[in-house]
Design a protein around this ligand. Structure first.
Ligand SMILES: *[C@@H]1O[C@H](CO)[C@@H](O)[C@H](O)[C@H]1NC(C)=O
Ligand SMILES: *[C@@H]1O[C@H](CO)[C@@H](O)[C@H](O)[C@H]1NC(C)=O
Ligand SMILES: *[C@@H]1O[C@H](CO)[C@@H](O)[C@H](O)[C@H]1NC(C)=O
Ligand SMILES: *[C@@H]1O[C@H](CO)[C@@H](O)[C@H](O)[C@H]1NC(C)=O
Ligand SMILES: *[C@@H]1O[C@H](CO)[C@@H](O)[C@H](O)[C@H]1NC(C)=O
Ligand SMILES: *[C@@H]1O[C@H](CO)[C@@H](O)[C@H](O)[C@H]1NC(C)=O
Ligand SMILES: *[C@@H]1O[C@H](CO)[C@@H](O)[C@H](O)[C@H]1NC(C)=O
Ligand SMILES: *[C@@H]1O[C@H](CO)[C@@H](O)[C@H](O)[C@H]1NC(C)=O
Ligand SMILES: *[C@@H]1O[C@H](CO)[C@@H](O)[C@H](O)[C@H]1NC(C)=O
Ligand SMILES: *[C@@H]1O[C@H](CO)[C@@H](O)[C@H](O)[C@H]1NC(C)=O
Length: 744
């Protein structure tokens, strides 16, 4: 049943159209759904405790209660038991059973396991991360293990050859499972999660997405790589010597279930990964402990592991970002200065520029454009224009003009169509791989095509092979990249940073569809993809690079280094209240990130305090942390969430009301032993901002100093925001924190 629903998605390429993000999974049994029961940390000091027995006991209790007797077999109801890194399970439950479990003392939260979706090389040089600019320590780098939770990996790709790598790090405790899958000294771990028994028996990637993201983060340097001669160069990951552990949770259609993702976190944390990368997202934001990624990444953080996550492709609407937790590094997507575009030459000589990655050579001839002026025997005029129906007699040997992007476009080729011109509404700044000569053009360009078609009996056009151009305005945020403010807790600014996510060339699975269209049977080893899925692993690679340079840094310190060194950007869209909602602290700057000077560190206890202020109570948080010394301060208050030692300063105020705000922050010296930092504020005329003290002097490394930022303003209009920046500078380091005051 569910399978048939999914057929509609097969031909989607990696960029999600907002209307298609709402996919829901239907369960086999109408009355039960898969729920995740989160129970916090595993109890300590109870040698006889068996989490799985506890889970079954809970299920027995509610299933035996079930008078309808729908399901009274706890073992068959239990789908996953999380036993390694935190406590909890996934089970098929009715809503009554769910409610009973949710009331139990030992349970923190119960939430439905919904499907998440994947968020579909010059990029490193573009970030200034050139080979000549980086100090690498290959020995230290080869000790870093990057865990990728995705669609698996193609182990035979040259990007994952283990030539020249030393033995697997001793700390590694993972395994390499699955049929026809061999690990090596590069891919040191592989696990797969078969959400519906029998669908998957290997971590081998049939989608291409996981192979692509893994190679962006930590693939080898491979020379002479290209996509049908385009974008040629050297493909390399951020940390070519680092190890990869793959956790295959997404199927070949790009669906990934919450309970599998949580299982992957459970395994990855205990396997001993150093960084976790997730290029997949929920279409809807979820509160911290009602979300697999929120729960998993919290326990990863508690073990010193940073989780890097894609912001999602749900932009450009405001508050569309679904990666909301403060312990996660959330990555938006922007373009590089290399764009791939395509050209359409009309019979009257007019040339229009559009978007596509079209490797098909044109021989210089123009072909007729099909005129669909009315209903035909097979298709209505409407369907013909939308290309949801092709009448072979009308389209064979011709180019068609489609008024909508529809999956059925894929059947064009089998109907004898020679080329497809698609009219798009969005302000697209990216190109996607196509399966026959095609390009996307804007509404404005479509009027030019339309009036040309009206002007002649015999309209013709030529679709050229794509070409590279230099985008002088780069980096610009993309329209699809999800925007702030953070819909769960606006005071924690999201996204955190942006990185290249447009037209990225990286390794691919040779059995996966090149264009995402099912009927495309071409096979490539490297492919060009676009999405926050691609920007995320760039930051994963940089995080791994920082981990190699500074093994003692906490996840928050690594994140702070990346955020406070981000390059300022210009707001790309006038609709967005402030540019920070598009790109957080700006464009990632890996070379500076390796030497940030100061970091805003955050401990697990700091997060607990923030969660108290958010509204959770001591008993719940003790269960989450497994530590009954953690307790909420007497005066917890939502207004104090902003005092979490976050490297970005965000606060939500009442609209049109004067305000006086204080941010408390503490910085840790990781620069020079003796150093003096002076505060500088980029003033905004709508507020008065001051810093106390204005000078911070350090006498040793890891020394901490606190300061307060005061902001006074006369009020800002509803649904708007203003921004500014605080920069601590010692003359050689500039530690920049954006400040955003918003009324949402
Ligand atoms: C590289 O890192 C290793 C630790 O992994 C350290 O022992 C060695 O001194 C470092 N080498 C350099 C040149 O910094
Ligand atoms: C293993 O996978 C590769 C790549 O798909 C394939 O060529 C090979 O036949 C497979 N081997 C077995 C034993 O299934
Ligand atoms: C281009 O290809 C078309 C169809 O394959 C053919 O009819 C035409 O003669 C070719 N034009 C040139 C200039 O080779
Ligand atoms: C082309 O002609 C049709 C029918 O007369 C008209 O509706 C349409 O607006 C014209 N298109 C353009 C772009 O001029
Ligand atoms: C803490 O919060 C949980 C969940 O909201 C609630 O069930 C519990 O009763 C609260 N405990 C106390 C001591 O207030
Ligand atoms: C922590 O809680 C457990 C169970 O509630 C209790 O047995 C133990 O004594 C507590 N430890 C401390 C240090 O309070
Ligand atoms: C913030 O810092 C000021 C000055 O050090 C201090 O008086 C105040 O109590 C702090 N506020 C909070 C909520 O920690
Ligand atoms: C730091 O300053 C102190 C006092 O001025 C001096 O004794 C010490 O040598 C300096 N340390 C470094 C590493 O420059
Ligand atoms: C900022 O302070 C100055 C001088 O104290 C004052 O004149 C001005 O009105 C203040 N601006 C705002 C937005 O509060
Ligand atoms: C602010 O705007 C939102 C959305 O338009 C609206 O729901 C809300 O009532 C407004 N708040 C105030 C205080 O005007």
């Amino acid at each position: 049943m569910a399978k048939q629903h999914w057929l509609a998605f097969i031909s989607l390429s990696f960029i999600l159209l907002p209307c298609l993000c709402m996919a829901t999974h239907e369960n086999d049994d109408d009355d039960t759904k898969t729920y995740i029961v989160y129970m916090g940390s595993l109890p300590r000091g109870l040698p006889d405790y068996s989490p799985t027995s506890h889970h079954l006991r809970i299920l027995h209790e509610v299933l035996n209660d079930d008078v309808n007797g729908i399901n009274n077999d706890a073992t068959s109801s239990l789908i996953r038991s999380y036993t390694k890194s935190f406590n909890g399970f996934a089970a098929k439950l009715t809503s009554d059973q769910r409610d009973k479990i949710a009331e139990m003392d030992e349970v923190v939260s119960v939430f439905e396991s919904k499907p998440l979706r994947i968020q579909t090389t010059r990029s490193w040089d573009f970030m200034g991360f050139t080979e000549s600019a980086i100090k690498r320590n290959a020995t230290a780098e080869s000790d870093v293990i990057v865990g990728i939770i995705d669609s698996g990996i193609w182990p035979e790709s040259e990007s994952f050859s283990d030539e020249g790598l030393s033995d697997v790090p001793k700390k590694w405790r993972g395994t390499c499972g699955g049929k026809n899958f061999t690990c090596n000294k590069k891919i040191i771990g592989a696990r797969f999660y078969d959400y519906a028994q029998g669908r998957r028996d290997t971590a081998r990637d049939e989608l291409g997405h996981g192979t692509h993201t893994a190679s962006i983060a930590a693939g080898n340097k491979v020379h002479g790589v290209n996509f049908y001669g385009m974008a040629s160069g050297t493909a390399r990951g951020g940390v070519p010597s680092a190890r990869i552990a793959t956790y295959a949770v997404c199927d070949k259609l790009g669906f990934c279930f919450g309970h599998d993702i949580l299982a992957a976190f459970d395994d990855a944390i205990s396997d001993g990964v150093d960084i976790i990368s997730l290029s997949l997202a929920h279409p809807e934001p979820r509160e911290f402990f009602y979300d697999s990624i929120g729960v998993g990444s919290f326990h990863a953080m508690a073990k010193g592991i940073l989780t890097v996550h894609s912001a999602g492709n749900f932009g450009p609407p405001s508050a569309s970002v679904t990666s909301v937790s403060p312990w996660i590094l959330t990555v938006a997507a922007s373009g590089t200065d290399r764009r791939i575009i395509d050209k359409l030459v009309l019979g009257n000589g007019r040339t229009l520029v559009g978007n596509s990655i079209n490797p098909f050579n044109s021989n210089g001839s123009k072909f007729p454009i099909a005129k669909i002026n009315g209903d035909s025997a097979k298709c209505s005029k409407e369907d013909g224009r939308r290309c949801s129906c092709f009448d072979t007699d009308m389209v064979k040997g011709k180019i068609v003009l489609c008024n909508e992007i529809l999956p059925t476009k894929t059947t064009a080729k089998s109907q004898g169509v020679l080329g497809v011109i698609t009219v798009t509404d969005s302000q697209e700044e990216y190109s996607q791989t196509v399966s026959l000569p095609s390009l996307d053009i804007s509404k404005a360009a479509s009027f030019i095509v339309g009036s040309y078609m009206n002007s002649t009996e015999d309209p013709k056009a030529e679709i050229k092979r794509s070409e590279m151009i230099l985008d002088k305005n780069a980096p610009r945020i993309t329209d699809f990249s999800a925007r702030g403010p953070n819909p769960i807790i606006a005071d924690i600014l999201k996204p955190d940073i942006t990185a290249p996510g447009v037209e990225i060339l990286a390794a691919f699975s040779p059995v996966a569809s090149v264009s995402g269209y099912d009927q495309d049977k071409r096979s490539v080893k490297y492919n060009i993809l676009t999405g926050t899925s691609m920007s995320c692993p760039h930051v994963t690679g940089i995080s791994a690079y920082l981990k190699a340079l500074h093994p003692d840094w906490s996840p928050a310190a690594i994140k702070s280094a990346i955020l406070t060194t981000g390059k300022p950007m210009k707001k790309a869209y006038s609709d967005d209240a402030v540019g920070e909602f598009e790109y957080g602290s700006g464009h990632v700057n890996p070379v500076q990130a390796s030497d940030p000077g100061l970091v805003y560190d955050i401990s697990k206890d700091d997060y607990v305090e923030m969660l108290c202020n958010f509204g959770y109570n001591t008993s719940l948080l003790q269960q989450v942390t497994g530590d009954n010394s953690s307790s909420c301060p007497r005066c917890s208050h939502r207004d104090l969430v902003k005092n979490l030692n976050y490297p970005l300063l965000g606060v939500n105020v009442k609209p049109s009301t004067s305000f006086k705000i204080q941010f408390n922050r503490t910085v840790t010296n990781v620069g020079f032993v003796n150093s003096t930092y002076k505060a500088r504020i980029l003033q905004n005329s709508k507020v008065n901002i001051s810093v106390e003290p204005e000078v911070l002097s350090f006498k040793s490394l890891n020394e901490k100093k606190s300061f307060v930022v005061n902001i006074i303003g006369k009020g800002i209009a509803n649904q708007t925001a203003i921004s500014s920046s605080l920069i601590w500078s010692d003359g050689s380091h500039n530690v920049r924190s954006p400040i955003v005051v918003m009324a949402f």
